[in-house]
Design a protein around this ligand. Structure first.
Ligand code: ATP
Length: 514
């Protein structure tokens, strides 16, 4: 675990050193849980967004996009339930004065039981070698069974407390499980309190009578309030979806784990409107579709899992998370929720407008049901970074840090180096870039020896480098070097586009999930 934390620290500093992610307002020592994306980060982030957007809007004839404003009429948040119920249960440790989410403390405790069980399994696997039967061991080993029993009991108690909104019980669980504050190491806990996560601000001057509005805590409501506009003007027929990418804001109590939990972040959400009664079938379909989108990146199926919600929101009839194996455990990257007709009905009630769909086949009107897929751009960015970061031992005793980014997501696709700064080599290198820059992102580098330039490109995950030398001037060929294999081969300049373009395009990913 300590080793994993080290790796995570290295990833965070790598992000800063190579222009991916900076703390916000860095010269003023940053602002808690707010980050800026640098010159390479913004390219990677844009590629993630493009991959998502195109998979939704290009690959589905019945999904269209919108871009709603961040500010919304304040009644929106009354109707959606956020004013009254968008709360986190928080608890303070009196000795360290640190604040925690009570539910997260308990979830971490559950993960500890899982770790203990896993350790027993690994120990036994070593001991028994090929003869090891994991299934049998898990169901018969006394120590594993004891951990499992305690875990299941805790899980049941925790789910019930969440569902009953029983804050006293959440505190009692923390006490009974003897959970200590990671900073002070003590169990001197306060009561558990509810804390609303929405940021408030005011619109208009006080003289005119300013009114309180909120920074949206999710992009979804911008879609719901536009349901009628899009359905009518787009003449959309059920089932259909509306996709949106945009900023969301939450006053998170605990700012932890870099860009995993931010106060200002970006979401990619799609609300899929369906006929009532078909929603669970669509829920299953979207689970598979979204998992395929993640897995097309090639990070390995074993690094993903579904995690069904312990606490269903009162309006939801199914909900699951897609979790990714981060250096700090399996963590939610995306939520898939079956939200019934709750949101549209609430907006109909609060606005007084009829928000329905006329179904020509049924010759009847009804409020559609909704399946939502909601993924955080920043969490996705983090999972891509964590999986791609790699410290490699090279044959000659050298080491290198390489970001094995999927080529389609890499910020720079091709770096072009003149071997030396003279004899017309820089001009020839620039000529190659001038031609290829229309097709993908290219970068020119002439400083330092070629070896150092390769390392710099490895560190930002650039999949291809090209070196221009004397021979290039004679026969228009260059050395093409592959980031992952480090293999070099001589290719004609005229072939570069054909070799590289398909591998680095978003289309190459989309084809895998079509
Ligand atoms: P968590 O339980 O981690 O607080 P959540 O269940 O509240 O997350 P949702 O409301 O389902 O999250 O939001 C959908 C997605 O938005 C999440 O899967 C995550 O990727 C992203 N997200 C939510 N909160 C944050 C945040 N504070 N910082 C970065 N991304 C976030």
């Amino acid at each position: 675990m300590a080793q994993q934390e080290d790796v995570f620290k290295k990833i965070v500093s790598h992000c800063k050193e190579y222009g991916f992610v900076f703390p916000s307002s860095d010269i003023y020592d940053g602002l808690g849980a707010v980050y800026d994306y640098g010159q390479n980060g913004v390219e990677l982030k844009n590629n993630i967004k493009q991959y998502w957007w195109q998979s939704m809007v290009l690959l589905h004839e019945n999904i269209v996009g919108i871009d709603a404003a961040i500010f919304m009429h304040p009644t929106t948040w009354k109707a959606s339930g956020h004013v009254d119920a968008f709360n986190d249960p928080l608890i303070d440790n009196r000795d360290s004065k640190k604040r925690y989410r009570a539910d997260v403390l308990i979830e971490d405790q559950l993960a500890k039981y899982d770790e203990k069980i896993q350790k027993e399994v690994e120990k036994a696997r070593k001991r028994f070698g090929d003869a090891f039967d994991e299934q049998q061991f898990r169901t018969t080993n006394a120590r594993v069974l004891e951990h499992q029993q305690r875990r299941d009991a805790l899980h049941e108690r925790f789910s019930k407390a969440l569902n009953d909104n029983n804050l006293e019980e959440l505190r009692q669980i923390i006490l009974d499980e003897e959970i200590v504050c990671p900073i002070s190491g003590t169990r001197n806990w306060t009561e558990v309190r509810q804390f609303n996560l929405m940021f408030k601000t005011e619109v208009g001057s006080t003289a005119e009578g300013a009114s309180t509005i909120y920074l949206r805590p999710e992009t979804a409501q911008g879609i719901f309030v536009n349901y009628l506009n899009v359905q009518k003007t787009g003449r959309m027929k059920l089932p259909f979806g509306i996709a949106q990418i945009g900023k969301a804001f939450r006053n998170e109590i605990v700012a932890r784990q870099f860009i995993f939990r931010m106060r200002e972040f970006e979401q990619m959400e799609m609300q899929f409107f369906v006929k009532p009664g078909t929603e669970l079938e669509w829920f299953q379909r979207w689970k598979q579709t979204r998992m395929a989108w993640h897995q097309a990146l090639g990070f390995g199926a074993e690094n993903y899992r579904f995690h069904d919600h312990d606490k269903l929101a009162h309006y939801a009839n199914a909900a699951t998370d897609i979790e990714f194996h981060m250096p700090f455990g399996f963590k939610e990257v995306e939520g898939i929720h079956s939200r019934t007709n709750f949101d549209l009905s609430q907006h109909a009630k609060y606005s007084g407008k009829k928000i329905e769909y006329f179904d020509p086949e049924e010759n009847a009107s009804y409020t559609p049901y909704v399946i939502e897929t909601s993924i955080g751009v920043d969490r996705m960015f983090l999972s891509v970074m964590c999986h791609s970061y790699c410290e490699e031992q090279l044959p000659g005793g050298d080491t290198r840090v390489v970001l094995r980014l999927p080529a389609a997501l890499a910020p720079v696709k091709l770096a072009v180096f003149p071997l030396t700064k003279k004899d017309g080599l820089p001009e020839k290198a620039q000529e190659i870039i001038r031609d290829l820059r229309f097709h993908f992102n290219c970068k020119y580098e002439e400083k330092d020896q070629i070896g150092k330039r390769y390392r710099r490109m490895d560190a930002i995950g650039c999949p291809y480098c090209v070196t221009v030398d004397q021979q290039t001037l004679e026969d228009d060929t260059v050395t093409l070097r592959d980031r992952d294999t480090m293999e070099q081969r001589r290719v004609p300049i005229a072939d570069l586009r054909a070799i590289i373009e398909d591998k680095v395009s978003i289309t190459s990913l989309l084809r895998k999930i079509e």
